[in-house]
Design a protein around this ligand. Structure first.
Ligand code: PXL
Length: 270
């Protein structure tokens, strides 16, 4: 099989293998691309919760990003867990140096079980600096609420939130509506003057650990292969839905989804 593109993942490690950099590598690989990594933190966790978080120093993160990219140039970058403001500033400097254009940011804040994955000060830097420097941000509803300081209770509120984020300097925003208490999952992509609503039946499951990481990595992969941002979001959402529907039911808590379930998707969207 020919490898389609190269994706650099900047994110935290999840020892349970369902989220974080493990989910990212599995996603990029199963969709046919080459995954490279810069690890920002090491977490010890299982499906029932997060035991501890060990941050990697900013200088080690810089080296991973810059030394790796100098040799094998990424076609796109996916950014996940960032843990603190110093790390975000470090990454901003590296991004300016390596000049990769396609960057997808999943503004990770809290794990499924409620553990905080980023400190309060970093949210400010994320909001005021980082979101302006990336191609797309992919907040879920709780994250979007924090980013705009407002409650989101409906599809209409999601659109308003997206518009607000664009006004704040985000180039493109995909707000994931899975947290709304509806039978349908609405994921809304807002671009400068365009809005696309992706509508899918919500799959009820407790096996949803790592869905956000997986979605942003799938978008980064499709986008790195030359698909439009809209098409990349559309197919990536389908990939995650199938991965939820085919979850292996591992673990006592919020277990992982099935990242290997890409075959039909790739065939359909060739
Ligand atoms: O899903 C968000 C996330 C991101 N990164 C790491 C995680 C999690 C959730 O648990 O562990 C490392």
């Amino acid at each position: 099989m020919r490898i389609k593109s190269k994706v650099l993942i900047i994110a935290g490690s999840d020892s349970s293998g369902g989220a974080g950099i493990q989910a990212d590598i599995k996603t990029v690989t199963s969709l046919g691309s080459y995954a490279m990594t810069a690890i920002t933190a090491v977490t010890s966790q299982n499906s029932t919760g997060v035991k501890s978080i060990f941050p990697v120093s900013p200088s080690e993160i810089t080296k991973q990003i810059e030394f790796t990219s100098k040799d094998i140039r990424p076609d796109a970058i996916k950014i996940g867990m960032l843990s603190n403001a110093k790390v975000i500033n470090t990454i901003l400097r590296s991004l300016k140096k390596i000049k990769v254009k396609k960057i997808i940011l999943d503004p990770v804040m809290v794990a499924k079980g409620g553990a905080r994955l980023i400190d309060k000060k970093s949210i400010k830097v994320l909001k005021n600096k980082l979101i302006k420097e990336v191609t797309l941000i992919t907040p879920n509803i709780p994250e979007a609420q924090i980013l705009i300081n407002q409650k989101i209770n409906s599809k209409n509120d999601m659109i308003k939130a997206g518009k607000k984020l664009i006004k704040k300097g985000a180039k493109n925003v995909l707000i994931k509506g899975g947290h709304l208490k509806l039978e349908t999952a609405y994921d809304i992509l807002l671009q400068k003057n365009k809005i696309f609503i992706f509508k899918n039946r919500k799959i009820k499951s407790k096996y949803t650990h790592g869905t956000g990481c997986t979605l942003s990595s799938a978008i980064a992969t499709y986008y790195s292969c030359g698909k439009s941002l809209k098409k990349s979001c559309e197919i990536a959402i389908k990939y995650v839905n199938q991965a939820i529907a085919n979850a292996p039911k591992y673990g006592k808590g919020h277990g992982p989804i099935n990242h290997l379930n890409s075959f039909n998707i790739n065939k359909k969207f060739k």
